[in-house]
Design a protein around this ligand. Structure first.
Ligand code: CAA
Length: 253
């Protein structure tokens, strides 16, 4: 009898070399997965630094370049990875950008560019891995949304719309896949210690931190822990859920 538990799950993390993505890759590798980090090839310096940061994990994390905003690139990536690794068992969509501006100053380019990465990217990846997951009867999809998708944020009509959309998408897909062993959930981070939040003007950032009950920014490890929890084999009864990890910044039930 073959020992299925001996075969590591293959996890693909988009935005895998980013502020949250790197730690998500590390924690998934720590829980026994083989991980492929996916990100833009254009970030060559960051790719090199990422390889150093995960070198201690002994080859458990690889890197593949792809632009998630392009459907064909995602299709080719999924085919390539499934050929190399046999399957994609876990998909974490963490690729995301901000293009902050109040609506009266927001250009159509900044609207479309953000939607193409933050929302189309989730469709492009899910659409290209879902058949394999359904055929094999196992899958874990974790989409990174945001507290700002739940509350709206000044200057983020584009980002808040995309992130709210990510959760609607996840609930709909969760219904379509529940009977085939595939779960689909979102994690909604609050303000975290990442380059994205560091780019918020200092006075606004300080006001936001003052409003976080826990009294600090989240750490990428706080988010990665929630992702790894939902990605585990044992999490099969949680689907269509949103797991907020925001230090109490927005409480709801
Ligand atoms: N709340 C209320 N009023 C605000 C405001 C805010 N957050 N920000 C600006 N205003 C006010 C200004 O004081 C100004 O008032 P007056 O006209 O009376 O002087 C008015 O709104 C100006 O609006 P503008 O359109 O001119 O805005 P701006 O150009 O000054 O700044 C902004 C807009 C760049 C978007 C700025 O508000 C900002 O950077 N906000 C932070 C956005 C943010 O939190 N982004 C999160 C990024 S991290 C992330 O997204 C990760 C995650 O998931 C949590």
């Amino acid at each position: 009898m073959s020992d299925l538990s001996a075969t590591p799950r293959h996890a693909v993390v988009t935005g895998g070399i980013g502020g949250l993505g790197t730690e998500i890759c590390r924690q998934l590798a720590g829980s026994g997965c083989h991980v492929t980090a996916v990100d833009l090839a254009a970030r060559a310096e960051r790719v090199a630094a990422f390889r150093d940061e995960v070198a201690d994990l002994d080859g458990a994390i690889g890197f593949e370049a792809a632009d998630v905003s392009k459907f064909d690139a995602c299709a080719q990536l999924a085919t390539r990875l499934q050929r190399q690794h046999g399957s994609i068992d876990i998909l974490v969509n963490a690729a995301g950008i901000t293009r902050d501006a109040s609506l009266r100053k927001m250009s159509p380019e900044h609207w479309h560019e953000l939607l193409q990465v933050n929302l189309d990217g989730v469709f492009n990846m899910c659409r290209n891995v879902i058949d394999g997951m359904l055929t094999r009867g196992f899958g874990r999809i974790v989409n990174i949304s945001s507290v700002n998708g739940q509350t709206g944020q000044f200057g983020q009509t584009n980002y808040s719309a995309a992130k709210a959309g990510v959760h609607g998408f996840s609930m709909a897909l969760a219904r379509e896949t529940a009977r085939k062993g595939v779960t689909v959930n979102t994690v909604s981070p609050g303000y975290c210690d990442t380059p994205m939040v560091a780019a918020v003007p200092a006075d606004i950032r300080e006001q936001i931190i003052a409003g976080i009950p826990v009294g600090r920014l989240g750490q990428p490890a706080d988010i990665a822990r929630a992702v790894a929890f939902l990605a585990a084999d044992a999490a099969g009864y949680i689907t269509g859920a949103n797991l907020p990890v925001n230090g109490g910044y927005f409480m709801s039930f």
